[in-house]
Write a protein that binds this ligand. Structure first.
Ligand SMILES: [Zn+2]
Length: 290
């Protein structure tokens, strides 16, 4: 018994040190999440901003609402390996994206620049968040939360994040515009807050869950690392709680929700920040055709 356990632990630990490079075959083999493009055709991470803005501007009888959920540091092949029944359930459309800036304008594949790019639709040279330091983004560059409020000042906006610098530093001065915000509490409590905000009538909500990144740094950002892959499944269960709140609100109030799920960067070995495919390749899953 004891021998078996030691053997199991050895297998689990050693499996985290399997190949670090992105397992590109996983994309073509994915049976549930079908991508509309290939890794070679990856779109810049900046597109998320316009997807949110365009949806809010689009016409329709029902009230438009948006939930953007970010799972920190979830590499594409690991996401496709993890059991993610809630993500699968909304995967009407999916795109391979890239982070880390453009060829002649690279930025670190780190959380600060990644989330700032997702929120503002601009790379670091424009939004000002070039690393994970404590600076604020350039005030003339709005996040999609501020942008939708300029379209309709009645919209209620919110941000629930485990990694507090997203709210305190990246959104920074914008925080006073938000009807709902929460930062610096565990992923579980962040999901609770997101559910509370949805039930309270938020119209456009950004959520960041941090744990997958921590497990990636701990064991390796690869689909061969069970603790990392398992943490993605836990993030998926938290997404499920938010989706339940979205469906309840939509049914009760006749709302039309766009739900987007994404990540800020991938990883190579136990780190990220550089410009390998494994770090640069990210993804976007949507409940609507984009
Ligand atoms: Zn990150």
């Amino acid at each position: 018994m004891r021998y078996t356990r030691i053997l199991m632990i050895t297998i689990l630990l050693s499996s985290c040190f399997s190949p670090d490079s992105l397992q590109v075959d996983y994309l073509a083999e994915s049976e549930v999440i079908k991508f509309s493009n290939t890794i070679e055709e990856a779109l810049p991470q900046t597109v998320i901003f316009e997807k949110v803005e365009n949806f809010i501007k689009s016409s329709g009888d029902k009230k438009k609402k948006v939930l953007v959920v970010g799972w920190d540091g979830v590499r594409l092949d690991a996401m496709l390996t993890a059991k993610t029944k809630n993500l699968d359930s909304i995967a009407t459309d999916a795109y391979v994206l890239y982070t880390g800036g453009d060829k002649d304008n690279l930025q670190y594949t780190s959380s600060g620049p990644g989330w700032a790019t997702i929120l503002t639709g601009e790379w670091a040279d424009v939004n000002g968040i070039v690393n994970n330091g404590i600076e604020r983004k350039n005030s003339g560059v709005p996040s999609f939360l501020k942008a939708v409020k300029s379209i309709d000042s009645n919209l209620k906006i919110g941000s629930a994040v485990n990694w507090a610098p997203i709210n305190l530093n990246i959104l920074g001065d914008e925080l006073e515009l938000l009807e709902f915000h929460s930062e610096g509490v565990s992923d579980d409590k962040t999901a609770d807050k997101a559910v509370e905000f949805i039930r309270s009538g938020v119209d456009v909500l950004f959520v960041q869950l941090d744990n997958p990144d921590a497990f990636g740094h701990g064991g390796g950002f690869t689909p061969f690392c069970p603790s990392y892959v398992g943490s993605i499944s836990v993030a998926d269960r938290r997404l499920g709680r938010m989706l339940d709140a979205v469906y309840a609100s939509a049914a009760k109030n006749d709302e039309d929700w766009l739900v987007l799920v994404t990540t800020d960067h991938g990883g190579y070995g136990k780190n990220h920040g550089g410009h390998s495919y494994a770090e640069r390749t990210v993804w976007l899953v949507s409940n609507k055709k984009l």
